[in-house]
Design a binder for this molecule. Structure first.
Ligand code: NAP
Length: 299
């Protein structure tokens, strides 16, 4: 339970609603900042404007997945007024407060570090990244189906990277009957791909591997599908780049060659906002409860 814990939310999207629901269910005291246009009224949560006073006794401050932009503006689909997290807001947080977000930009990192307020980036965590790979893969399959005229079953599918997303992607394609090859640079990853019954290849051989590809799913957050590699692909190949912006594909060259290549960021929030929110809610409620234990309080 989170009885006696004050959790404040600043901005967010549909995912945040699941987190708010969970915190209320666990008996936290909940303050919502930047939710003015939210229609469903959460009983047990108070809507407030962004002021220093609101933040002065907050134990956990929850920001949206993207945190803030480079000027401190926080996005909220539930509020039309701009929300800007400034120095004075962070200054007013108690020293024991922990700030949670998905991924923080330099502005937020510097702002919190200057006041010694701890920051937790949820998308950095293996557990969150692995759970998130489930809606990501479902979204990737949806896009592959929508953008091609062939089945995934029987296709020549290439996955680049065997990290948390690449592994789930490769496994789902295999289960659908695709002929799956996975490119990786670490020997243990190549061994794991083999163990999974898939075809491994070192990334250095990518140029030879793409000549008959139907689908290429990239999870490597580096420019890997260069013009030189794309030049070897059949024109019917479909590239779905899952890596964070700007992706790992030379999109300009792909377009020039007439190869369909799409960058697909933020799939969990797009295809399954409720599940994506529940993933965050589950992890956040545990972390906030642990935060209290670290401070020597019991539940
Ligand atoms: P991850 O676990 O770190 O996996 C990344 C993979 O890329 C690892 O296998 C890594 O190999 C490999 N890699 C990195 N640099 C490389 C290079 N220069 N050459 C060859 N391989 C390289 O990350 P993840 O959680 O799977 O996420 C992958 C990307 O997808 C990230 O950019 C993430 O932000 C993004 N993402 C997007 C969505 C979406 O909705 N589109 C959802 C979740 C994640 P090593 O282990 O050898 O370093």
């Amino acid at each position: 339970m989170l009885t006696g814990i004050h959790v404040a939310f600043i901005g967010g999207d549909a995912r945040q609603l699941e987190v708010i629901k969970r915190c209320i269910q666990l008996d936290a005291s909940v303050t919502l900042v930047g939710f003015d246009n939210l229609e469903s009224n959460f009983t047990g949560a108070t809507k407030r404007p962004l002021t220093c006073d609101v933040l002065k006794d907050v134990d956990a401050l929850i920001l949206p997945i993207v945190g803030t932009d480079d000027q401190g503006f926080v996005e909220s689909i539930f509020c039309s007024k701009p929300l800007q997290l400034l120095d004075q807001h962070v200054e007013s947080l108690p020293k024991h407060c922990v700030v949670y977000t998905g991924m923080a930009k330099t502005y937020l990192k510097n702002l919190l570090a200057s006041k010694q307020i701890p920051l937790v980036e949820l998308l950095d965590r293996d557990d969150v990244a692995i759970y998130n790979s489930i809606p990501t893969v479902e979204g990737a399959l949806m896009m592959a189906i929508q953008n091609t005229d062939i089945t995934i079953h029987g296709s020549q599918s290439i996955v680049l990277g065997l990290g948390r997303t690449g592994l789930s992607m490769a496994r789902a394609l295999h289960a659908l009957g695709a002929r799956v090859r996975v490119g990786a640079r670490r020997q243990e990853h190549l061994a794991r791909i083999y163990e999974m019954g898939l075809t491994p290849f070192p990334i250095s051989e990518l140029k030879q591997q793409v000549t008959n590809a139907d689908f290429i799913f990239n999870t490597v957050p580096q420019l890997i599908l260069t013009a030189e590699i794309i030049a070897q692909m059949p024109q019917s190949a479909f590239i779905l780049d899952l890596a964070s912006k700007p992706g790992g594909t030379d999109f300009r060259y792909a377009e020039k060659r007439g190869i369909k290549a799409l960058l697909a960021p933020g799939l969990p929030g797009i295809v399954a906002p409720k599940t994506a929110g529940q993933i965050l809610a589950q992890t956040l409620s545990r972390l906030i409860a642990e935060q209290r234990i670290t401070r020597g309080e019991s539940t």
